[in-house]
Design a protein around this ligand. Structure first.
Ligand SMILES: Cc1cc2nc3c(=O)[nH]c(=O)nc-3n(C[C@H](O)[C@H](O)[C@H](O)COP(=O)(O)O)c2cc1C
Length: 170
């Protein structure tokens, strides 16, 4: 395994990738740097943020490298996400796919992403805040939308590292 490679817009995936690289003892690069720093076909672990269910940069990463495991980083709670669905939507083969909760910070978004998330926060946020009996996942989503927040969990990343070690990927 050569490296941990990531794509991040507002910094949460970068943070996850840096923690993972430290725990796995591997160097970490953003995708653009990795393409010039590593050789084509090198083995990597790829982390990308979720945009409408798509893992940003995954296609490009898979074109350039031998992706041995994938982490999708989103704002939903782990309980609200299906890795099987993420795997299918992103046409990921037989490699393991993990979901990590990142966070949400509207001030770190720009352009269309900022516009889309501020209208989504208003729409979904209004709907959720009016819902009488919210689940734990819905409460967390509402809190993130209204107040923003960092949900990166070292413990979840340690679990990913243990799985990767167990599967002899690292
Ligand atoms: C346009 C847009 C679409 C998003 N779609 C999803 C999604 O489908 N599922 C999800 O869990 N999070 C979604 N998010 C939230 C991001 O994936 C989340 O904030 C993530 O932590 C961002 O990582 P980053 O800081 O590395 O960019 C979306 C964010 C934006 C801006």
């Amino acid at each position: 395994m050569k490296a941990v490679v990531y794509t991040s817009e507002s910094g949460f995936t970068k943070k996850c990738a840096e923690i993972l690289s430290e725990k796995a003892g591997l160097p970490v690069y953003d995708l653009k740097t990795a393409i010039s720093a590593l050789a084509k076909g090198d083995e990597i672990i790829y982390l990308g943020w979720l945009m409408a269910g798509f893992i940003k940069g995954y296609k490009k990463a898979a074109k350039n490298f031998d992706v041995k495991a994938v982490c999708a980083v989103g704002m939903g709670t782990p309980g609200s996400q299906s890795t099987e669905k993420i795997k299918n939507q992103n046409h990921i083969g037989i490699v393991p796919v993990f979901y990590l909760q990142g966070g949400f910070d509207i001030n770190k978004l720009h352009g269309l992403n900022k516009y889309m998330m501020s209208s989504m926060s208003k729409g979904v946020g209004k709907k959720l805040s009016e819902k009488p009996d919210k689940t734990v996942d819905e409460k967390d989503m509402l809190d993130l939308m209204l107040n923003g927040g960092d949900r990166v969990s070292e413990e979840s990343i340690s679990q990913v590292v243990s799985c990767l070690k167990g599967a002899k990927i690292i």
